[in-house]
Design a protein around this ligand. Structure first.
Ligand SMILES: [Zn+2]
Length: 157
């Protein structure tokens, strides 16, 4: 895929993440959403597929586009697309941090259920590296969660 097309796919993948907040589904569906978002200029589904399955692309999305994309280890091997952009409002962050997921099998940040896939979530650690009860997170989701913690802590001081 041309660099220009790569940048378009990256930007629209990030846009889809923002729009859907936390997507879970098949690779085909995900490609369809990205292609639909791009419109007429969208590269072929096969090309998008090869590009977004690359580890390097997923790293770029996470580091540069505040977007997490990965294939889960669950029964259906579903794909996840999560927006990692956090609010700048400490009050909103406080509310989000206080909200507890419907079950301890869910990620506290993106709320996706990982029942049966124990290794998908890790407990949040406090500053002494002790697990915080009830707060389980995907690796990808722990950074925005930490940023919200920092935001609220800074607003208090
Ligand atoms: Zn998550």
């Amino acid at each position: 895929m041309k660099l220009e097309d790569q940048l378009i796919v990256l930007a629209h993948t990030a846009y889809c993440a923002k729009f859907y907040i936390a997507f879970r589904g098949s690779l085909e569906k995900l490609i369809e959403l990205i292609a639909y978002s791009i419109g007429e200029a969208a590269p072929d589904a096969d090309q998008i597929s090869v590009f977004i399955r690359k580890e390097e692309t997923q790293r770029t999305l996470e580091v540069t586009y505040e977007t997490a994309l990965w294939r889960s280890a669950d029964r259906t091997q579903s794909w996840r697309l999560i927006c990692l952009a956090v609010t700048a409002d400490p009050e909103v962050a406080k509310r989000l941090l206080a909200k507890r997921p419907p079950s301890p099998d869910c990620c506290a940040y993106c709320l996706q259920d990982e029942r049966g896939v124990m290794e998908a979530l890790k407990p949040e650690l406090d500053i002494y590296n002790n697990p915080i009860p009830g707060v389980m997170l995907h690796r990808q989701c722990s950074r925005p969660w930490g940023l919200m913690r920092d935001l609220v802590a800074r607003a208090k001081s």
